[in-house]
Structure formats: structure tokens, C-alpha cells
Design a protein around this ligand. Structure first.
Ligand code: ADP
Length: 608
């Protein structure tokens, strides 16, 4: 049990009191004893002097008068011979007594003339004081007088009676005074306690006037000041908190803070709307809110690598991803999820998830894609017909005038160009929509490369350009890819390399295969691409030199197709180039990538 200030103080006072009383008793007793002994020795000395007068120098004495004196004075008188024999004793039969030569007081008197000693008498239960004198070598021996300290007995009786009475009185008085003093401190102490409890319960405005000891008044003052400051700080915090809350709740995006265990710490109101729930999200693991393995994979990756990542997920009711598309159809929402690792105040890694509704944008994008696909599709047949008829008519050259032939070859060239654009657009559409009927298969990559080179051969031959093939690690060339698509991508790169290189130059195709990836490098020594154009050449219809591209039969879609094909294979394409020196295009694709059916998961990359 915890002790209170009252009980502790009382205990301390009692201990001090007991110690003081005990010391007082010990001191008074010992001083009393010293003074009593002094008095007794003095009287023994005078008795000794008197006894000396009763004994003649040759040692003869009247035992009757010595005995009488001893009885009157209530003392014990012993006469001892030089050799220690007891000649007379007023209390015992001297004949039966042993030699007294070696008694302490006798030995001292032998050396100094007078000797004293004190021994405790077991029979009387009192100390007995002895005083002995040596009468000189000519005399008979020693005179010893002794008496028990009778005074002690009466003193003890009186002392213990008064002492216990006064001690009891003192004790009562001390307890009463201490209790009174403590009760005076206790009231203000209770008040301070109540004040502190009010603050602990959140009532920071509580006040109390303490009438009591200065220290408690000061303590309450400090407490009240502290509570005042705390109140102001809390108010400031609440204001800034509500400002931040208003701000994060009024953005159109959903914001969710996750801890490193991927549990929701805070979620703003738009995130409830976007997820379509009114249940409290705080404290729930994220996989119970957004049930998507793709998201979990990205979250773990983001935590591990501490990098920001994004993904696009379809959402319908509580369904996410492919299932949401199938079940929700038109009502499916497209949500862009940005994952950003952040460090919280405690320096623990946390994650901020930003949810953005991209449905409208995705719809527009789909309309655009559908439009391009539909127009391309609708134009394909009439333009094929126009091109075909122009070809047929041109075969009847003799029936046509020179002017008619010129018009017809323009019609034929332009319609062929349009047909190439339409074919490229249709291929892009099928890549974007994941509608390509092509599937992955195990193929010999060297064969695919050779096919691409063959497609470009006629153009290269015209410009007398050499196409070299360089193969690293030729033992592992069997790869799981979409051969037609990879062939298309390589053909596009090779066509560009030939188109943008001077005559008699050299183009190299380099292939290397490792456990994870296949890397294709197409290097030319042509015109090169300026740094500012390098980022943009993969955009649709972007040409550095439009006239030159068109004259080479380019559509401005070739590199865009290459990029999409690389992404379909979970890969990428990049360029390094120096203006006037040449370029190297590198395609890096996954060797055992996901199946073509997972095309839709690449949509966010394709859209970029
Ligand atoms: P295009 O059909 O015009 O070649 P691409 O998408 O294939 O369209 O290429 C885009 C542009 O990038 C081209 O117009 C050209 O300016 C530039 N380019 C592509 N490949 C090369 C290359 N190997 N050397 C120099 N420029 C190139």
C-alpha cells in the first residue's frame, strides 16, 4: 500500500522522538552514575581513614569495634595481610576466604597506595564499589572498604516512573502537534491534486486559489500557467489541424496515408467517395479496401526500393482490375493510383496513396482510339481500291496520255502512302486495345532478325548499305516472344537506319540474350538525332524533318509502334545519338514476359 505524506511524516516524527528520548535517557543515566560513584568513593575514602585509626601499626585491632563501625555505616570492611590472607571481613568468615592479594583494587593500592574497582554483584544485582589502601611495608597490609550502589535501585525506580510518564505525554503532544500541522498542509495539497486532476481530464481552464504554504501556492501557480500555455498550444494545433483537414478534404483526389505495415492511418473524404464506401477506413489494411494483387505488388516494391510508382486500376463496386471491367462494363471507373513513400515524424517509412478518377479521360481516350481505328478501318478498303485501280490503269500505259500517266502515278504513290499510314494506325490500335490476334511462342531469335533484315534488304541494296548481325551468347537464342511483333519492331528500326544513313554506310544489328531479357541494338552511322528531339521521336507522327521522312515513305508512326511492341513485352526502347555521327536504338524485352492477354495492364504505359 502506498504511504501518504501524513503517515510518512508521522512516522518520521515518531522515530526522531524515540531517538531523542533514548539519547536523553542514556546521557542522564550515565552522568547520574558518574556523580553517584564520585560521591560513594569519597565516602569510602573517609571510612577507610577512620578504619585506619581502629587498627594499630602492628596489625592488631579490636574486631568488635571494626564490626560495629561497619554495621553502623552499612559498609563492608576487609583487612588483608600483606601476603593476601584475609585477617578480617565484616560480612564473611575470613577463615573460609581465599587470598585477596590479586584483587584489582588491592593490586592498584600496592603500586599507588590507593586503588579502586567496581564489580557487579550477582546476588544484589547491583554494582559494588571497592576502595583499598596499602599501609606501607612496615604495616600489616591493606584496608579495603566497599559498598553496593544502593542509590541506583531507588533512582531506577523513580526515574523509570517519571520517564515513562513524561515520554507518554511527550508522545501524545508530538502526535497532536504533527497531526494538526499536517492537516493544515493537507487541505491545500488536496486542492492542488484536484487542480492537476482537472487538467489531466482535459479541463485546461480550471483555476483554484490555494491558501496554504508558499511552496504549494507556487506549485499551483506553475500548474495554472502550464495549463494556460498548453491550452493555447492545443488551440493552435486544432486550428492548423482543421485547416489541413479542410485542405486535404477539399482536393478532388483521394489521399490515403499508410504505415509501413500497409495499414490506413488517415484517409480524406474524396477517397471514401472514390472507393465507394462509408465504412471507416482508418486502421484497416489496404488489401481489404482495394483488393488488387497488382497494387499490393507495387506497394511492396515501393517500400523496398523507396521509389514512387503509379498504376491504373479499373474499379466497380468492391471489384478492382480485370474483374471490375468484366462485371462493371460501362459503369467501371478508371482510377490512377500514385504511390509515394514518405518519412513520417518518427522517421518511419510510410506511404501516401493518391487516387485520381481518370474515367472521363479514359473515356475520351477510348473514343479517340475507337475513332482512329474506325476511320482507319473505313478508309482501308476505298484506299486499297484506289491504289489497286491506279495500278491496273497504269499497266495500260499505251492507252493513256502522258499527263494521265503522271496523274495516275501521283494517285498511286499517295494512296500507297495513305495505305501504309492506315496499316500502321490499325496496328497501333490493335496494340493499344490488346486486340491483336498474335500470341507468344518459342522462336529462334536469329530467324526473326533475319526476316527483318530481308524486309529491308531491297532498300539497303539501293543505297549499298551493309547490314551486319552480331550475336552474343548464341547458345540461348530460343525465346518466348510475339515473333511477328518483334519482327515488325526490328524492321521499323532497320528501315529508319537505312533511310537516315548515307550510301555505302554500315548498319549493325546486335542481339544479346540473358536469363531475364533479350536486348536488340540497331546502330547506324547516319544523320543522328539532336538531343531535344530524342525524347519526342517516339510520339505519334513526330518527325524531325517531315519532308525528308515523307520522301522516304515514312508515316511518323514507326517508332511509336516500336515503343508499344516493347511495352507489350514488358520492355522498353531507348535511343543514344550524336548529330551527324549516327544513332543506336536499344530494345530491351522480357524473355519470358506475361501473356499477350495481359495487354490491358500496360494501358497506363501505352497512354503516356
Ligand atoms: P518516320 O516514319 O518518319 O521514320 P518514325 O516514328 O520511325 O517515323 O521516326 C520518327 C522520326 O525520328 C523520323 O522522322 C526521323 O526524323 C527520326 N529518326 C528515326 N530513326 C532515325 C535514325 N536512325 N536516324 C536519324 N533519325 C531518325
Amino acid at each position: 500500500m502506498l504511504s501518504t505524506i501524513r503517515s510518512q511524516s508521522l512516522l518520521v516524527v515518531l522515530v526522531i522522538l524515540t531517538v531523542t528520548l533514548a539519547s536523553a535517557i542514556i546521557i542522564s543515566q550515565s552522568t547520574f552514575l558518574i556523580s553517584v560513584k564520585e560521591q560513594v568513593y569519597e565516602s569510602l575514602e573517609s571510612h577507610n581513614v577512620y578504619v585506619d585509626t581502629l587498627v594499630s601499626s602492628d596489625g592488631s585491632f579490636n574486631p568488635g569495634s571494626v564490626q560495629e563501625y561497619a554495621d553502623i555505616q552499612n559498609i563492608r570492611i576487609t583487612l588483608i595481610h600483606r601476603d593476601g590472607r584475609v585477617l578480617f571481613d565484616s560480612e564473611y568468615d575470613e577463615k573460609s576466604m581465599e587470598s585477596h592479594l590479586y584483587r584489582q583494587e588491592v593490586q592498584t593500592s600496592l603500586k599507588k597506595g590507593m586503588g579502586t574497582s567496581e564489580r557487579f554483584s550477582a546476588t544484589q544485582r547491583l554494582p559494588v564499589l571497592y576502595l583499598s589502601t596499602y599501609e606501607g611495608p612496615e604495616a600489616f597490609g591493606f584496608i579495603r572498604v566497599s559498598t553496593p550502589l544502593q542509590q541506583l535501585r531507588s533512582h531506577r525506580r523513580v526515574f523509570s516512573r517519571y520517564m515513562s510518564l513524561s515520554s507518554a505525554l511527550l508522545l501524545l503532544l508530538t502526535i497532536a502537534i504533527t497531526a494538526y500541522t499536517l492537516s493544515k498542509i493537507n487541505r491545500p495539497l488536496e486542492d492542488v491534486k484536484q487542480l492537476a486532476s482537472s487538467y489531466a481530464n482535459g479541463n485546461l481552464k480550471a483555476k483554484k486559489i490555494i491558501r496554504g504554504p508558499l511552496e504549494l501556492q507556487q506549485l499551483s501557480q506553475v500548474l495554472m500557467e502550464m495549463a494556460g500555455k498548453l491550452n493555447t498550444t492545443m488551440a493552435d494545433l486544432n486550428t492548423s489541424r482543421s485547416m489541413i483537414e479542410t485542405m486535404i478534404n477539399s482536393v478532388s483526389q483521394g489521399l490515403i496515408l499508410l504505415d509501413s505495415n500497409l495499414t490506413v492511418q488517415i484517409a480524406n473524404s474524396p477517397s471514401y467517395a472514390l472507393i465507394g464506401t462509408d465504412q471507416v477506413l482508418d486502421g484497416k489494411p489496404i488489401h481489404r479496401i482495394i483488393n488488387s494483387p497488382a497494387l499490393m505488388e507495387r506497394l511492396r516494391q515501393s517500400l523496398k526500393e523507396q521509389t514512387g510508382l503509379t498504376l491504373i486500376l479499373e474499379h466497380y463496386n468492391h471489384l478492382w482490375g480485370e474483374t471490375a471491367i468484366i462485371v462493371g462494363r460501362e459503369q467501371t471507373k478508371t482510377i490512377r493510383i500514385a504511390i509515394d513513400p514518405v518519412y513520417s515524424e518518427t522517421d518511419n517509412l510510410a506511404i501516401v496513396i493518391t487516387l485520381t478518377d481518370m474515367s472521363a479521360f479514359a473515356k475520351l481516350e477510348q473514343i479517340r482510339k475507337d475513332f482512329v481505328a474506325n476511320v482507319s478501318h473505313e478508309l482501308k478498303t476505298p484506299i486499297t481500291a484506289i491504289s489497286g485501280f491506279a495500278h491496273t490503269l497504269l499497266e495500260e500505259q499505251e492507252k493513256l496520255s502522258e499527263e494521265q500517266q503522271r496523274y495516275l502515278s501521283i494517285i498511286q504513290r499517295q494512296s500507297d502512302n495513305m495505305l501504309t499510314v492506315i496499316q500502321d494506325l490499325l496496328l497501333l490500335s490493335s496494340l493499344e486495345n490488346g486486340k491483336s490476334s498474335l500470341t507468344r511462342s518459342w522462336v529462334d531469335i536469329e530467324h526473326v532478325v533475319q526476316q527483318s533484315i530481308n524486309s529491308c534488304r531491297y532498300k539497303a541494296d539501293i543505297k549499298e548499305i551493309m547490314i551486319d548481325t552480331l550475336i552474343e551468347n548464341p547458345d540461348s537464342l530460343s525465346v518466348y516472344i510475339h515473333p511477328m511483333l518483334i519482327q515488325q519492331a526490328l524492321t521499323n528500326l532497320l528501315m529508319n537506319a537505312v533511310n537516315y544513313s548515307p550510301e555505302h554506310s554500315q548498319v549493325t544489328v546486335q542481339i544479346s540474350v540473358n536469363e531475364e531479357d533479350i536486348i536488340f541494338k540497331v546502330t547506324d552511322h547516319g544523320v543522328g538525332i539532336a538531343l531535344e528531339d530524342q525524347e519526342r521521336i517516339f510520339e505519334r507522327f513526330y518527325r524531325v524533318d517531315a519532308a525528308r521522312s515523307r520522301s522516304q515513305g515514312g508515316t511518323g508512326l514507326g517508332l511509336s509502334i516500336v515503343k508499344h511492341i516493347a511495352q507489350v513485352h514488358d520492355g522498353s526502347v531507348e535511343v543514344t545519338s550524336t548529330l551527324g555521327r549516327g544513332s543506336t536504338f536499344t530494345i530491351r524485352v522480357s524473355r519470358k514476359g506475361k501473356d499477350f492477354s495481359s495487354l490491358s495492364s500496360h494501358r497506363e504505359q501505352i497512354n503516356s
